[in-house]
Design a protein around this ligand. Sequence first.
Ligand code: GDP
Ligand code: MG
Length: 162
Amino acid sequence: PTPVLAVVGRPNVGKSTLVNRIIGRREAVVEDRPGVTRDRVSYDAHWNGRAFTVVDTGGWDPDARGLAERIAGQAEVAVSLADAVLFVVDATVGITDADEAVVRILRASGKPVVLAANKVDDQRTEAEAYGLWNLGLGEPWPVSALHGRGSGDMLDAILAAL
Ligand code: GDP
Ligand code: MG
């Protein structure tokens, strides 16, 4: 079986856009409103001659109470099924309570984590990504899922983690 990468993070950080970037197709559903992604959808991906499976997550009700707990709960299931995790944060927003809840799950899992600082569309935004070292999850990889900026270095880090 091919190794599995779970893509987790709170709604609207760009998980599905990043999944499309990784798989090189537009199959994951991207929405301006959070909560559209179906639960744990799997896609085949390749990078540098290696195959792996990418699992997108999402699909909660954005109006539900306890959003952070729901995100964390879903992340927990996805992470338990994965060989490595791509944790996506919106570098232009920074760390929220929901992000912190996911970080606790990731730490407890002991699985290798690659930290994607998404929405770094230009050089100017790159400084925001370095604040994410504070999460204690290792090096933040600045990427723009929308434009592809930085995605090669992030994919190299993913292969190293899988
Ligand atoms: P998800 O809820 O985490 O799956 O997020 P989506 O992939 O559905 O994206 C949510 C919104 O963020 C959409 O409007 C995307 O176009 C936008 N978005 C995603 N990645 C980027 C990025 O790298 N830069 C910018 N500026 N917007 C992005
Ligand atoms: Mg999504």
